[in-house]
Ligand binder design. Structure first.
Ligand code: ASN
Length: 337
């Protein structure tokens, strides 16, 4: 029996991977990525899957990404879902972890691999990491299909909603501080925490997301209650508080009163740690306990990127506030332990 080649859909949204130098720095240029790839023979070897590149109308630096763009990507995957075995999203690195997190929530009952990747140096430049990232992402999507939204960078595949950009200018630009990688591509390709897809009867659907007014405040020594008060101005619906250590905040009565006021106004306050790894435990110290007493919800070991994406996703569903709070502490897509 002849094995048919896998078909992979590549959505090119922008980012450094397809950029070209200009007088004011790198810019995305339409048609350039497809043209560059057409001239790279390794992408067309018989071991490689068949792939189609869909270049988006307006290619963007990922610092311009918004929830509206997440929706466009999710809808694009949905429109092409039946015709392909896997999906690669070519994306800038700056907000890649946010998009991977958002897609992980929006794509309900996903049973095919969706891999987000990009590069630090454009594909067409000398010493680019784009070639190896895209080549491996295509190969892995076809031969090691892990049916979830993941992020591939520098020989490692991470769970999308556990990943973070950890280096502004190195090639090892992503990490997954609280969860092992799904797969490592060395001389051999080694599955670590990833589970390969099996026969499934699932029907993938997209949960729409609208941009939600969400505040984010990092605590710092000397922070005044006014900073919290200003961030909590209407129409804010949720606040991510990036607290100290295991979820501690100063025992400043004015600051705590602002958080209590948020609860009275049905504004969700989600406590994530500003530490790179580890988790929130509001019973560890009296300074964390007071936050719990004023109704703050624990973000556990969610990354700030996953917490923001999850809030956009849940707030877009118009659920009762208690249900949103319940789901925030529930593991929905492997985003928290
Ligand atoms: N390496 C990159 O892709 C960075 C670029 N500014 C982006 O996020 O689009």
């Amino acid at each position: 029996m002849i094995e048919t080649k896998k078909r992979i859909y590549v959505a090119y949204t922008g980012g450094t991977i397809g950029m070209r130098p200009s007088s004011h720095g790198y810019v995305p240029v339409s048609g350039f990525l497809s043209e560059t790839l057409a001239n790279m023979p390794e992408f067309h070897r018989p071991e490689m899957p068949d792939f189609t590149i869909q270049e988006y109308q307006s290619l963007i630096d990922s610092s311009d990404m918004s929830p509206h763009d997440w929706q466009r990507i999710a809808d694009d995957i949905s429109d092409n879902y039946a015709a392909y075995d896997g999906f690669i999203i070519l994306h800038g690195t700056d907000t890649m972890a946010y998009t991977a997190s958002a897609l992980s929530f929006m794509l309900e009952d996903l049973d095919k691999p969706v891999i987000v990747t990009g590069s630090q140096i454009p594909l067409a430049e000398l010493r680019s990491d784009g070639q190896v990232n895209l080549l491996n992402a295509l190969y892995i999507a076809a031969n090691y299909p892990i049916p979830e939204v993941s992020l591939y960078f520098n020989n490692r595949l991470f769970r999308g909603n556990r990943s973070r950009k950890v280096d502004a200018d190195g090639f090892d630009a992503f990490g997954s501080p609280n969860y092992p990688e799904l797969l490592r591509a060395g001389i051999d390709i080694e599955l670590i925490a990833g589970k390969l897809s099996t026969e499934s009867q699932k029907v993938m659907t997209v949960s729409p997301v609208n941009a939600q007014p969400i505040g984010v405040v990092t605590l710092y020594p000397g922070i005044s209650a006014e900073v919290i008060r200003n961030t909590l101005q209407q129409p804010v619906k949720a606040l991510i508080l990036l607290s100290y250590g295991v979820g501690n905040a100063p025992q400043n009565p004015a600051l705590l009163a602002q958080l209590k006021e948020a609860e009275r106004n049905n504004i969700i306050v989600l406590n994530c740690t500003q530490c790179f790894s580890g988790k929130v435990n509001m019973s560890g110290y009296a300074n964390g306990h007071v936050l719990r007493e004023v109704g703050v919800v624990s973000g556990n070991d969610m990354t700030p990127e996953a917490a923001l994406a999850k809030l956009h996703y849940l707030l877009s569903k118009n659920l009762p506030i208690d249900e949103i709070k319940r789901l925030l502490i529930t593991n929905m897509r492997g985003e928290l332990s």
